[in-house]
Design a protein around this ligand. Structure first.
Ligand code: GAL
Length: 730
């Protein structure tokens, strides 16, 4: 096989005696000396029904598939059998290798749209630009940098493509033209506005160009449709299926002030219970450690003199516990010396960067985390600071030149750091057969089985919604968390989005009091409360109750994610691929199969909401609305615009404050519209991984006119989880 780098090519010409002739012609025809296409066709392998691997050149060893988090769900893919032909024609894919890496290009359709590439908060349809997949802690950009950049996209042509690389790859999605493509020249008129100038220069033949630095070859996986949703589901099943949360993971999470010790935390946690504020998970921020930034992974005995006693008291109040950490290991940590040989050769905040690609580093790191956290039975962790800052003049994380003992370099490690860290910290739960539901600030490809939800320090409300919608294209989950707010109205609107997300988090790490006492950060720090804080708290409680009433519905949607790969939160374009009016909608989304959510933002008195064709019902008024058109929503604060699809069953529970192993949800089944389709309520023990051995139950809800029934199947027989106390017409 030929590696036609410019250097090698020139060398081969020299040895054949044509060098001077060629070099002379090179000055006239420089295009001749560009890296030449590799003539060898890719090796094509059918990996599973509807998934092909195309191998070009010699791929690198350290790629996302090398570090898979779970085996491919072969049975799930088999169940989704496909007889569709491969959507990309290998003969039309051009591959070339050069000294700087390799690249591929293939033709795009002129009106092809591109979605995915990870958790993007500014981009949506990404056709016609360059997307550079770099991890960042500043996701509000249109460059492609993201907390979770994923080299996977879906095309409006109804297929998906995953390029198996941990390099900072660039995708040029239709804005470059390879030489040799037919070119129509413009009429040559001189343009005077920038917009006109660029329009006349736009390529006439669209091409997808993938530029992978360093690698001399790459595997490309192609996922069949027929729809984009099918391709996304196949990608998630290829990744190992969707993550299954513990039932409590879907409840509300409150994260306390970073400076609080045990006494203040217990007092505040007690206040939330006394106020009947729904809360399942309590997050403890850096203050639990004796040294943070970098981390000691040792309790601060001045603030937490009796960790076990503290945890016992929190558990007694019904809280599951989540603890903050980052991976950078302080010289004050007892594991420092042992970890040193299994770390990168640069420090971060004077701490070691564990080489999570090596089993030794994982073992040492886990032993210390076992001692501090896992052996005490904590339910989950928040994995902070595992992203990067490509554009910063003073980057705080490890340099790209870092070398790790496992052989990974800094670039590859930055792409995979979040995934490897999640895997490491998931292991203790897997070993015990328990589920967890944590938080993480960086992820990459094949992440759908990982039970971690992404979050950010960036805080633009509209970006948060777009992030939520985009995450569903790439096997990611997103927590648009609530911290302080610019006004009470802003607080309500932010909460409305948080409760309709993968993780409903109120992150008060920088304020001593809950935001419903005082939204203003500085005043909150001075314990100056809002005069109307009681009524604000009551409104917040109602919103959190709304989250709790959706839990059985959401849990069932997550089970579908696990089994079929269908994301619980989706862009409308995934559900209505043929409706041209949803193609650019990045501020409305489907929440499960029945509910369309259209968030409002601070300052909005109204907003347009596009409802796809069919009958819809306003969640609040139950008014029927015919779709296929835009309506104007004028909902007040606290009443986020929600529309329930006609012909569905929507089970809603009486809210509980928090979930116990024996919680029984009191459910009313809403029969929405004509001839509602059956709904499958899912149940299992809510805590362990016994579901994977078939310990699960499905309750099929069926309504036909005024007759309704339910049919239970499956072998899980725990305490009764769902009491259907009513069926009602919406
Ligand atoms: C940030 C993180 C915040 C909070 C804080 C504590 O990096 O994004 O959510 O945990 O650290 O120091």
């Amino acid at each position: 096989m030929h590696m036609f780098s410019r250097r090698l090519w020139l060398k081969s010409l020299k040895t054949t005696g044509f060098s001077s002739l060629c070099l002379a012609s090179l000055t006239v025809l420089p295009a001749v000396c560009r890296a030449e296409p590799d003539s060898a066709a890719p090796q094509v392998k059918l990996v599973a029904p509807g998934i092909w691997r195309l191998r070009f050149g010699n791929p690198e060893e350290f790629t996302p598939t090398h570090f898979r988090s779970a085996p491919m769900d072969a049975a799930g893919l088999e169940a989704k059998a496909s007889s569709r032909p491969m959507p990309l024609d290998p003969a039309k894919i051009s591959f070339q290798v050069s000294d700087r890496g390799c690249s591929l290009h293939w033709p795009m359709k002129s009106d092809e749209r591109i979605y995915g590439f990870g958790l993007h908060t500014e981009l949506f349809n990404m056709a016609g630009q360059r997307v550079i997949l770099k991890p960042t802690d500043k996701p509000e950009n249109d460059l492609g940098e993201s907390h979770a950049p994923v080299p996977f996209y879906v095309s409006s042509q109804g297929y998906g493509v995953f390029v198996d690389t941990a390099r900072f790859a660039s995708f040029y999605t239709g804005n470059v033209s390879p030489v040799g493509e037919p070119v129509k020249t413009s009429n040559g008129e001189i343009q005077t506005s920038t917009a006109e100038l660029y329009r006349s220069r736009a390529p006439q033949v669209k091409t997808m160009l993938v530029d992978v630095p360093v690698a001399k070859g790459v595997d490309v996986y192609v996922f069949a449709g027929p729809t984009m949703l099918d391709a996304v589901e196949r990608y998630n099943l290829f990744s190992g299926g969707g993550a299954m949360p513990p039932l409590w993971g879907l409840g509300v999470q409150y994260r306390g002030y970073a400076k609080y010790g045990a006494a203040e935390t217990l007092a505040l946690a007690g206040r939330l219970r006394a106020a009947h504020m729904p809360c399942d998970v309590w997050g403890v921020e850096p203050g639990w450690q004796s040294h943070a930034y970098s981390c000691s992974f040792v309790w601060a005995t001045n603030r937490f003199p009796d960790p076990d006693g503290f945890l016992r008291k929190m558990n007694a109040m019904g809280y599951k516990m989540n603890f903050w950490e980052h991976a950078f290991t302080s010289p004050t940590s007892p594991m420092y010396d042992k970890l040193k040989p299994w770390s990168g050769n640069y420090l971060v905040w004077n701490g070691l960067v564990p080489d999570f690609a090596s089993p030794q580093a994982r073992r040492i790191f886990l032993r210390q985390n076992d001692t501090a956290l896992f052996n005490r039975g904590i339910e989950s962790v928040k994995l902070d600071e595992c992203d990067y800052q490509p554009g910063s003049p003073k980057p705080w994380s490890f340099p790209l030149a870092t070398q790790f003992p496992s052989g990974l370099d800094g670039e590859v490690m930055h792409s995979l750091f979040g995934v490897l860290y999640q895997q490491t910290m998931w292991q203790p739960y897997q070993d015990k057969g328990l589920r967890t539901w944590g938080m993480v600030r960086n992820s990459q490809a094949l992440a759908s089985p990982l039970p971690y939800v992404l979050y950010s320090d960036s805080y633009d409300a509209r970006c948060y919604v777009r992030g939520l919608i985009n995450a569903g294209f790439s096997g990611l989950l997103w927590d648009p968390e609530v911290r302080a707010a610019s006004s009470v109205e802003d607080l309500y609107h932010r909460l409305e989005v948080a409760i309709f997300s993968d993780d409903a988090v109120i992150d008060s790490w920088f304020i001593p009091n809950p935001p419903w006492d005082q939204v203003d950060r500085a005043k909150n720090a001075r314990n100056e409360f809002m005069p109307d804080r009681q009524s604000v708290a009551a409104e917040v409680r109602e919103l959190l109750d709304l989250r709790m009433s959706f839990i059985p519905y959401l849990y069932s949607a997550f089970n579908e994610y696990r089994v079929t790969g269908k994301p619980p939160i989706r862009a409308l374009v995934l559900d209505w691929p043929n409706d041209p009016r949803v193609r650019q909608i990045d501020d409305e989304f489907m929440y499960g199969d029945s509910v369309l959510v259209a968030p409002m933002f601070a300052g909005d008195t109204n907003r347009p909401v596009y409802l796809p064709a069919g009958a819809w019902y306003d969640f609040w008024t139950h008014e029927e609305i015919s779709g296929g058109r835009s309506i104007e929503a004028t909902n007040g604060v606290g009443q986020i615009p929600l529309y329930v699809k006609g012909g569905t069953l929507l089970p809603l529970a009486k809210p509980v404050e928090f979930i116990k192993p024996d919680t029984c949800f009191d459910i009313t089944v809403n029969m929405v519209g004509e001839k509602p389709a059956d709904f499958t309520l899912y149940d299992d023990d809510g805590l362990t991984t016994a579901y994977a051995r078939g310990e699960q139950t499905e309750i099929e809800l069926h309504a036909d006119g005024d007759n309704h029934s339910l049919q239970r199947s499956g072998k899980y027989r725990g305490p009764e989880r769902y009491k259907i106390s009513g069926w009602t017409r919406f």
